[in-house]
Design a protein around this ligand. Structure first.
Ligand code: FMN
Length: 199
């Protein structure tokens, strides 16, 4: 797909101590953006009550002891697919950083941050830039995860490497949105490779 067609907030009180029995050590934050509504589906369109990235986040939270923060834009994206593609294209081309509806979590006490989003017009949605700007990722491990239709990771892991030079950004997880419900094995493997707990 080319870039033209684009195919519960939980606040937490982190501490800096490692969690006993938590492989990988330390505290883990999962921060994700996901947009339900009309979306790409095997070349057609489908209405999603729960966004694909939210489904993937649920699989991660089932396996890892982590705090989860939903990234919510102050101005919700339209339910219609094409209108969302158009707004996103404008935001990406102009470098607009859409405002957040909620405060960012305090990342001070987290050692590991998982950042999840869909792929939008071959990039991370601009709201991910809003979210990471102004947060200190120094010394943290960042694990990117995305859902997509055709693009795969689409360089979003490298994007975080560039934007978060003081963090260690690991190999990300890219799951095809249409197949997210079958991604349990992939999620297990990815978490194990990154020394995170599976339960
Ligand atoms: C605005 C917009 C742009 C998209 N652009 C791409 C893209 O460039 N490449 C791709 O593979 N999928 C693209 N998609 C499809 C989504 O990445 C995919 O359906 C994803 O699983 C949606 O996740 P969500 O339901 O959590 O928002 C786009 C979807 C939207 C709404």
């Amino acid at each position: 797909m080319d870039s033209d067609t684009g195919c519960s907030t939980t606040e937490s009180t982190p501490t800096s101590s490692a969690v006993p029995g938590q492989p990988g050590g330390g505290r883990i934050l999962v921060a994700y953006f996901s947009r339900p509504g009309e979306n790409y589906h095997y070349g057609g369109r489908r209405n999603l009550d729960i966004g694909n990235t939210e489904v993937l986040t649920g699989m991660i939270r089932d396996r890892v002891t982590a705090d989860v923060h939903r990234i919510i834009p102050a101005a919700p994206y339209p339910a219609a697919y094409e209108a969302t593609v158009a707004r996103n294209r404008t935001e990406q081309e102009s470098g607009t950083l859409p405002a957040l509806a909620t405060l960012r979590p305090d990342t001070t006490g987290y050692d590991t941050v998982l950042l999840g989003s869909p792929v939008w017009n071959s990039r991370a949605p601009q709201i991910m830039s809003t979210f990471i700007d102004g947060l200190d990722f120094t010394g943290k491990t960042v694990l990117p995860f995305v859902t997509y239709a055709v693009s795969g990771m689409s360089g979003i892991d490298d994007f975080y490497r560039r934007r978060l030079p003081t963090a260690t950004v690991t190999t990300g997880l890219a799951v095809r949105g249409e197949e997210v419900n079958d991604a349990g094995g992939e999620v297990d493997r990815w978490l194990r490779e990154n020394d995170l707990a599976t339960r």
